[in-house]
Design a protein around this ligand. Structure first.
Ligand code: ZN
Length: 210
C-alpha cells in the first residue's frame, strides 16, 4: 500500500487532469479491471465527501474502479457510521490517507447557517441531525463580523466544517489514533471549488508538500 504522501500526490495529479479536461487511460479503461477486482480491493485513499451531485469524488480526482473508498453524506459530517467506515478501510485495506472533502456553496452548510439565523420549528428530526453536526463549526463564526457578509460566512463555514470533521476522525476513534501515531495514517481536509474544479488541500498537509 502506498504512503499517505504518495496518495496525496496521486489525488493532486488526478485533480489537475480533471481541471484541464484530460482523462487518464486508467480511469477510462477502469471497466477492464472489474474482473481483477473481484478478488479484492486496495483503495489508495479514503474520501469523506458531501452527497452534492456536483462533487462526484471519482470524477473530480480522475480515478477509476477500485481506487477510492468513498463515504458520502450531506455536509461531509462525521457520525459513528462514518468513523466506522474509515476504521474499516484503514484496517482492512491498509489505506493510509483519509481526505475530508468539503466544497464551495455547500447546501448543508448553508442550511445550518439559515437555521441558526432563523430557527424553524418543523424541521425533520433526521435533517436536524445533520444540521446539529455542522452547527459547532458555524456558531463561532456568527459571533464575528462575518454574520453581516452572507457569502463570506458560508465560505468560512465550509472550511470550519471540514476542520471539525477532520478533527473528529483524528480524535474520535482509538483505532484511528493508533494508526495515526504508529502506522502513518494521515487525515487531511480539502475544499473543492464548484467554480474552478480545483481541490485545495488546506488542513493537515505539511507545508513542504503544498
Ligand atoms: Zn455539500
Amino acid at each position: 500500500m502506498i504512503s499517505a504522501q504518495q496518495a496525496l500526490e496521486r489525488l493532486r495529479e488526478g485533480n489537475r487532469r480533471f481541471v484541464s479536461g484530460v482523462r487518464s487511460v486508467d480511469a477510462i479503461m477502469g471497466q477492464t479491471q472489474r474482473k481483477e477486482l473481484v478478488a479484492g480491493q486496495h483503495p489508495f485513499a479514503v474520501i469523506l465527501g458531501c452527497s452534492d451531485s456536483r462533487v462526484p469524488v471519482e470524477i473530480v480526482f480522475d480515478q477509476g474502479l477500485g481506487d477510492l473508498f468513498v463515504i458520502r453524506v450531506a455536509g461531509n459530517i462525521v457520525a459513528a457510521s462514518q468513523i466506522g467506515s474509515v476504521e474499516f478501510a484503514a484496517e482492512q485495506f491498509g489505506t493510509r490517507l483519509v481526505v475530508v472533502l468539503g466544497h464551495s456553496r455547500c447546501g448543508a452548510v448553508q442550511a445550518t447557517v439559515d437555521e441558526l439565523q432563523r430557527p424553524t420549528e418543523n424541521q425533520s428530526r433526521n435533517l436536524r441531525s445533520i444540521v446539529d453536526h455542522i452547527r459547532p463549526a458555524v456558531e463561532g463564526l456568527l459571533t464575528t463580523d462575518l454574520r453581516r457578509d452572507p457569502e463570506a460566512l458560508v465560505q468560512q463555514a465550509v472550511r470550519a466544517n471540514v476542520r471539525v470533521s477532520a478533527n473528529s476522525l483524528r480524535h474520535g476513534s482509538g483505532v484511528l489514533q493508533e494508526l495515526i501515531q504508529r502506522q502513518g495514517l494521515r487525515v487531511v481536509g480539502a475544499e473543492y471549488s464548484l467554480e474552478t474544479g480545483v481541490v485545495d488541500f488546506f488542513d493537515g498537509v505539511p507545508v513542504t508538500s503544498q
